[in-house]
Design a protein around this ligand. Structure first.
Ligand code: FAD
Length: 404
């Protein structure tokens, strides 16, 4: 059993949990990080780091090393159809040392960060440790119970942080209810090895066809692909068969012609039901939720990792002093929600508009989809591309590190 009066237990080694661990442990605060999995190789993880998160990593002295793990830098978010290409956001217009979106596989990103955390004497990491329950005494959360190697263990802590992602067990055990919204789409998520043929360039972005959409992430030696479908239509697609699926993919991305030979079976694809949402209250005495545990982010815009990192920074900024003084109150925890909720609500609204106005209309379209006229007109202006880039990269209230 791990004991502690002035000890923080963080559940989940995603971007939120790991960044928070480093920031707190660097100040000498005792941190135990529990991660359910044995490593960081995940099916459903994004790769995109925006300028504001790279600035945070620079403030932590880590950006240079992390950028060495980056295999591509995207300067524009573009939607393409067979006939045209629309630039929705141009990151090269931003005034920053990082005028791009860095693509870094999360496995490498998180492995690098936990290795950094492991160097800190007040940090303790336990992998393969799946949290089952909260320890509650006199109405206050005082730690967690987790399973490792078939045995239950306890961590006692003055603060428990649920950073355990979209399906948060901590949130469930604390009875903090997620108010879900169901974007009208599901995503068929799969990888293909990259065959270098003449058409291959930097193809990261969204492609629209007739009632179809494909999100492509160029991961250097492979493609990470998301074929977006209307919610609930996966069965119909499967019934049409793999050959039909190949044809649809080729219409959207002819450069996949060689790579597609490796997609033989539906078992190579995972179906992701896109869910978004947020909890009304992010805290209870002794407990705080951050990242996707507090607000499940849609993959649209590739910003979920950034919001998780910004939550971690806000938490460290606001809680370092109360934790060091050994006097942490629920009002301190409420400050974090107060600071982060508006930026999260704002960007979720932007995502929802994009989902309804662009993605959903594209999937319902019986002709070659063209984005709404207003979007096409606005996207022709550099100022619009800059505003969109700023909104995605920084949002309403970007954080910066107070205690690095
Ligand atoms: C298909 C898909 C694609 C996406 N693409 C992007 C993208 O390109 N860019 C982007 O910015 N965002 C993307 N997102 C969103 C992004 O992945 C999330 O917003 C982000 O990972 C949230 O970070 P987090 O640290 O809050 O949680 P997570 O990254 O989900 O990490 C939670 C961690 O908690 C662990 N855990 C869970 N339960 C327990 C338990 N009971 N005990 C112990 N540990 C536990 C998990 O194993 C996991 O490691 C995507 C999401 C999806 C679904």
């Amino acid at each position: 059993m791990i004991q502690g009066n002035n000890h923080v237990c963080i559940v989940g080694a995603g971007p939120a949990g790991v960044v928070l661990s480093i920031l707190l442990a660097r100040q000498g605060i005792r941190v135990t990080l529990l991660e359910a999995q044995a490593d960081f190789n995940r099916e459903f993880r994004g790769d995109t780091l925006h300028a504001s998160s790279l600035e945070i990593l620079a403030q932590m002295g880590l950006a240079e090393s992390i950028l060495k793990l980056c295999h591509a830098r995207i300067s524009k978010f573009q939607f393409s159809t067979v006939a045209s290409k629309i630039t929705m956001a141009d990151f090269s217009l931003l005034k920053t040392s990082f005028p791009y979106v860095a693509l870094i596989p999360q496995e490498k990103f998180l492995t690098y960060l936990v290795n950094e955390a492991d160097k800190l004497p007040s940090f303790h990491r336990i992998m393969n440790a799946k949290v089952h329950d909260l320890i509650i005494r006199n109405g206050k959360v005082c730690g967690v119970i987790y399973m490792k190697d078939g045995t239950m263990h306890e961590v006692n802590a003055c603060l428990t942080v649920g950073a355990d992602g979209r399906g948060s067990r901590v949130r469930e055990q604390a009875a903090l209810k997620l108010i879900k919204t169901m974007p009208p789409m599901d995503v068929i998520w799969f990888k293909l090895p990259k065959e270098h043929d003449p058409l291959t360039g930097n193809s990261t972005g969204g492609r629209f066809g007739v009632g179809t959409m494909l999100a492509m992430l160029d991961r250097d030696h492979e493609w990470q692909l998301g074929f977006v479908i209307l919610k609930g239509s996966y069965r119909t697609l499967r019934e049409r068969g793999m050959e039909y699926f190949h044809d649809e993919l080729l219409k959207l991305a002819p450069e996949l012609i060689k790579s597609l030979q490796y997609l033989k079976d539906w078992s190579q694809c995972s179906i992701l039901s896109v869910v978004t949402g947020r909890v009304d209250c992010w805290h209870k005495p002794g407990l705080l939720l951050v990242g996707d545990a507090a607000h499940v982010m849609s993959p649209v815009g590739g910003i979920g990792i950034n919001y998780a990192i910004h939550d971690a920074v806000a938490t460290a900024n606001l809680l370092t002093e109360p934790l060091l003084s050994g006097n942490i109150k629920e009002t301190d925890l409420a400050e974090i929600q107060k600071r982060r909720e508006r930026p999260v609500r704002f960007i979720q609204t932007v995502q929802s508009v994009m989902q309804r106005q662009i993605i959903s209309s594209a999937l319902k379209s019986e002709q070659q989809f063209r984005p709404p006229v207003l979007v096409r007109i606005l996207a022709g202006f550099t100022v619009f591309q800059k505003i969109m880039a700023y909104m995605l990269a920084y949002g309403l209230r970007p954080e910066s590190v107070k205690y690095s």
